[in-house]
Design a binder for this molecule. Structure first.
Ligand SMILES: C[S@@+](CC[C@H](N)C(=O)[O-])C[C@H]1O[C@@H](n2cnc3c(N)ncnc32)[C@H](O)[C@@H]1O
Length: 267
């Protein structure tokens, strides 16, 4: 059996991950369609949060963010329209039952167009095609709600992919969502995360892409943003300096060392 490599902080803006999960346990559910690689969340929480911080995921699917947050001794709060387990609260990400400024970090991995059927709920944003302005209106509502719940001086991250379908126009979801984020936050960084979708393993997908002269999605964007502290005169002033941010980077706690087996459903 192959041993999983030690999980570590990425130091460039190109993030690759060796497995869907780290450690003996799994984070979230590898069988959940659209699950987020837990390495991505682990790296974000190591950099932008401290122990006991409140980490919120308003579209938390199988709960990957909550599991990583608890591993790192952060407090976790997860919402979804279609909760998959009892510790996830049912809520629309556009109207969260959380007080303003309570979250120390927010992670978002929304549906990107209609590629996956998440639930029957008509409010599910995965029912909106990214060709339709309604998708961006819905996401504008989610992002504005994230801006409301996030504590000033703190960070959020959004993970997403562009959308391409044969015989349809390319949808630059990433750039469009980045534009919406910029209305509320200051950009901190843009990371490209290597994608390991199951379809990418199928040889004929690659043959067809060559024949048709198009490309398969090979990466996801990870936008890292900060909510500035707005001074009373309307000026923006940072609350957390980059140096302080660096101090938050800690060692992997016990239990987070990658040793066991575990699923390998990478997205
Ligand atoms: C890409 S998945 C999230 C995956 C998750 N990070 C994980 O690792 O399992 C997107 C999630 O958004 C949820 N969702 C879609 N529309 C929503 C809405 N309006 N409010 C809350 N959740 C929503 C879906 O139910 C789905 O679970």
């Amino acid at each position: 059996m192959l041993k999983k490599p030690e999980i570590s902080l990425h130091t460039t803006t190109l993030w690759d991950y060796p497995s869907q999960h780290y450690g003996r346990e799994s984070q979230g559910d590898k069988e959940y369609a659209g699950v987020t690689p837990s390495h991505v969340i682990w790296n974000l929480l190591q950099r932008y949060t401290a122990k006991k911080d409140l980490v919120v995921d308003p579209m938390c699917g199988s709960g990957t963010t909550m599991d990583v947050a608890r591993d790192l001794e952060r407090r976790a709060l997860g919402y979804d329209l279609s909760p998959t387990r009892p510790d996830i609260f049912r809520a629309d990400a556009r109207k969260l039952p959380l007080e303003t400024g309570k979250a120390d970090f927010v992670f978002l991995d929304p549906p990107y167009s209609t590629h996956i059927e998440y639930s029957e709920d008509p409010r599910c944003i995965g029912k909106l095609d990214a060709m339709d302005p309604a998708y961006y209106e819905a996401m504008a509502g989610v992002i504005s709600e994230v801006a409301r719940i996030l504590r000033p001086g703190h960070h959020m991250a959004l993970y997403c992919s562009d959308s391409f379908r044969l015989k349809k126009p390319f949808c630059a979801i990433g750039f469009r969502l980045f534009g919406l984020l910029e209305q509320h936050f200051t950009p901190v960084d843009i990371v490209s995360v290597v994608r390991y979708n199951r379809t990418l393993k199928r040889r004929h997908y690659h043959t067809e892409a060559e024949k048709g002269n198009y490309m398969l999605r090979g990466f996801n964007y990870l936008f890292i943003m900060k909510k500035e502290v707005v001074a009373s005169a309307g000026r923006k002033s940072p609350e957390v300096s980059p140096a302080q941010g660096q101090e938050r980077v800690g060692k992997s706690p016990e239990g987070a060392s990658p040793r066991g087996k575990g699923g390998f459903r990478r997205r």
